[in-house]
Unconditional design. Structure first.
Length: 286
C-alpha cells in the first residue's frame, strides 16, 4: 500500500538555531535531524513520500526546504512559512515559487498556538494574508490549541475558497483524558467542507507510557466528524520521539484505523493528503 507521512520536520542546529528546543523537556530532540535520519524509518514503515512542514517563522528556511524537496525522492511537498500579515506576501510567494524547488510549495503555516491572542486568526491583516494564500492556490495548515478553535471555525467559514488542514487534532488534552469542549468544537469545525485534519501529534499530548487505547477516543472523534476522506496520517517526526519512535507512531495509527475498510484506510494513509495538498502523482503511476 502506498503511504504518505503528511507531517514531519527537519532541522540542522549548526545552520539555524532552534531556541524552542532549549527547555529541559526537549533534550531528547536537541540535535540535528536530517533527511538521512528520516529515510530508513520511513522505508521501514512503508512510507514512500512525505510532507515537510516548517519549524521556524523564517522564509529562508522555507526556501531551503523547497530546494531539498527538489533533490529528494521522498519529500513530495513543503508546507512553509511566510508572514501572513505582510502586504508583500504575494511577492514573497512568487519568489519562493520562482526559486529552486518552488513547484513543491504546497501551503503555509503559522505557529498560531504561540499567539497570546486566542482571536489572532480574526485579525484583518491575517485574513488578508489568508486570502492571498487562497489566491495563490495553496493550502493553509492550522496549528491551534483547543481555546483557539472558535476563531479557527470563524476563519474557515469566512474563507470557503481556501483549503485548511488542521494539525495535530488541535492538540486535545489527552494526558488529562478530557474530551470537552474540544470534541464539540472539532465537530463544528468539521461541518465546513474546506477543512481537513491530520491524525498526528497525539503521542506528545499524551502522558509518558501512553497506549493506543488512550488515544482512541480522540481519533474516533476526528474520524467520525471529518470522515476518513478528510483525515490524513502524519508522524510529527522528530517531535514524536519525545514519546514514541517513528515505527510506534505508525503502528498506533494503524491500530486506531483498524475498524475502517481497506479503502478508507487508503484514504487516511495516502489519498487524503494527495487531495488536500494537490500532490503530484507518483512517478510509477504516471
Amino acid at each position: 500500500m502506498n503511504r504518505t507521512d503528511a507531517h514531519h520536520h527537519l532541522w540542522d542546529l549548526t545552520r539555524r538555531p532552534q531556541d524552542w528546543l532549549d527547555g529541559p523537556d526537549l533534550a531528547a530532540i536537541r540535535r540535528n535531524f536530517t533527511l538521512d535520519d528520516l529515510a530508513p524509518d520511513a522505508e521501514a514503515a512503508d512510507v514512500d513520500r512525505t510532507v515537510l512542514v516548517q519549524v521556524l517563522p523564517d522564509v529562508e528556511e522555507t526556501a531551503e526546504f523547497l530546494a531539498l524537496a527538489a533533490s529528494s525522492d521522498l519529500i513530495a511537498g513543503v508546507v512553509g512559512w511566510a508572514d501572513l500579515t505582510s502586504g508583500q506576501l504575494p511577492a514573497t510567494l512568487a519568489r519562493l515559487r520562482g526559486g529552486p524547488g518552488g513547484e513543491f510549495l504546497l501551503g503555509l503555516r503559522h505557529l498560531v498556538q504561540g499567539e497570546a491572542d486566542p482571536d489572532w486568526l480574526d485579525r484583518p491583516d491575517v485574513r488578508r494574508g489568508l486570502r492571498a494564500v487562497a489566491e495563490a492556490g495553496l493550502a493553509y495548515d492550522l496549528l491551534t490549541l483547543p481555546s483557539q478553535l472558535p476563531a479557527a471555525i470563524r476563519t474557515v467559514r469566512a474563507l470557503p475558497e481556501l483549503t485548511f488542514v488542521l494539525d495535530h487534532l488541535s492538540k486535545p488534552p489527552i494526558a488529562a483524558g478530557a474530551l470537552e469542549p474540544w470534541a464539540t468544537r472539532i465537530r463544528e469545525l468539521a461541518t465546513e467542507p474546506n477543512v481537513f485534519c491530520k491524525l498526528s501529534g497525539m503521542v506528545t499530548e499524551a502522558a509518558p507510557g501512553w497506549s493506543a487505547a488512550e488515544l482512541r477516543p480522540y481519533a474516533d472523534v476526528v474520524l467520525d466528524a471529518f470522515g476518513p476522506e478528510r483525515v490524513m496520517f502524519g508522524t510529527d517526526w522528530p517531535v514524536c520521539l519525545l514519546r514514541a519512535s517513528y515505527a510506534e507512531v505508525t503502528s498506533a495509527a494503524q491500530d486506531l484505523t483498524a475498524g475502517l475498510s481497506a479503502e478508507e484506510r487508503a484514504q487516511v494513509f495516502d489519498g487524503t493528503a494527495a487531495r488536500a495538498y494537490g500532490l503530484a502523482p507518483r512517478k510509477d503511476s504516471q
